[in-house]
Design a protein around this ligand. Structure first.
Ligand SMILES: Nc1nc2c(ncn2[C@@H]2O[C@H](COP(=O)(O)OP(=O)(O)O)[C@@H](O)[C@H]2O)c(=O)[nH]1
Ligand SMILES: [Mg+2]
Length: 294
């Protein structure tokens, strides 16, 4: 906040050309208020948020709290004006001190430090753009690391996946298209227990939850069964979407399929892939997209 004040002072000095103190006072006041009010105006109307924006915000703050913060910042308009007028009187009497003015402004800014932080964070969250089309039926691929998620995405969609940046995280997101469906591979997001999720990952998952129509869980017959069941259950709870179970690496297991699954495939040899593709494509026609909330 002190930085904001320094910036304002620097610009005000330039604009009022140093000598004219009355102009300096008025300029500091005007610039500071412009900064604060534009911070408030830069947020979209909180009563018109989409469900996904609302969910994202509420992972980190209550919307009422945010509204109160905005209110406190807005209410500084009159506080700042009163300080300015006081300073103008002092200037006329010859007792004006710039140091005193800045000190009082600093105190005022300190009093809204938390509010400003909250508003800035809200702005970051509300400006998030998820790099997926909200209009396509969306299948999110999940499963343990090495289960074959990336291989399956490639086997299903052919072309190399489009690589996007995951909002809020350093992670990459891989998007492939099959007919009108988009398939998404989310390495490092949906491949381990979610209890210890970081703040940013939580946001990413909530956005994903709003976009996903269905989860394709890749089961790896070579990996621990319990771990996979746990992950499957936590995804069921977290995302609350229909889950399509696909056993991968069919080429390595012969006839001994370890879980009951409607599809057993090999992303390596292509076994079972056409049947799965057909199923996914058929689903696309059955499900008319009526939604979009984001
Ligand atoms: N034998 C065999 N290997 C596979 C199959 N699918 C994936 N793999 C291998 O398993 C490893 C992990 O695959 P990858 O697609 O990177 O898994 P991800 O971490 O879930 O994305 C790689 O070495 C793949 O070549 C499969 O169907 N059969
Ligand atoms: Mg992968």
């Amino acid at each position: 906040m002190r930085l904001l004040l320094q910036r304002v002072l620097k610009r005000a000095r330039r604009l009022s050309q140093g000598k004219d103190k009355e102009k300096l006072i008025r300029t500091i006041d005007r610039l500071l208020w412009t900064e604060l009010s534009s911070m408030v105006k830069s947020l979209p109307s909180l009563d018109k948020l989409s469900p996904v924006q609302r969910d994202l915000l509420e992972t980190e703050m209550s919307i009422d709290e945010l509204k109160r913060s905005l209110g406190r910042i807005s209410s500084l308009s009159s506080v700042l004006a009163a300080i300015r007028d006081d300073m103008l009187v002092k200037y006329k009497r010859g007792t004006f001190s710039l140091r005193e003015y800045l000190g009082r402004l600093g105190d005022v800014l300190d009093s809204i430090e938390k509010d400003v932080k909250r508003v800035k964070r809200a702005k970051t969250i509300l400006n998030m753009r998820f790099p997926l089309s909200p209009y396509r039926y969306t299948i999110v691929i999940a499963g343990l690391p090495n289960a074959g998620k990336s291989s399956l995405l490639k086997a299903l969609t052919g072309a190399p996946a489009r690589i996007e940046r995951y909002p809020f995280t350093t992670k990459k997101l891989f998007v492939g298209v099959l007919g009108g469906i988009q398939l998404v591979d989310t390495p490092g997001i949906l491949d381990r227990p979610l209890e210890r999720m970081k703040k940013e990952e939580k946001l990413a998952i909530i956005a994903l939850k709003h976009l996903a129509d269905e989860i394709l869980f890749v089961w790896d017959p070579l990996q621990d069964e319990r771990m996979q069941k746990n992950l499957l259950n936590s995804l069921k709870k977290l995302l609350n979407k229909p889950i399509l179970l696909v056993v991968n690496k069919a080429d390595l297991i012969g006839d001994e399929v370890p879980v009951k699954a409607p599809f057993v495939v090999s992303s390596l040899t292509g076994e079972g892939i056409d049947r799965l593709k057909e199923h996914l494509r058929r689903g696309e026609h059955d499900r008319s997209k009526t939604r979009r909330d984001s």
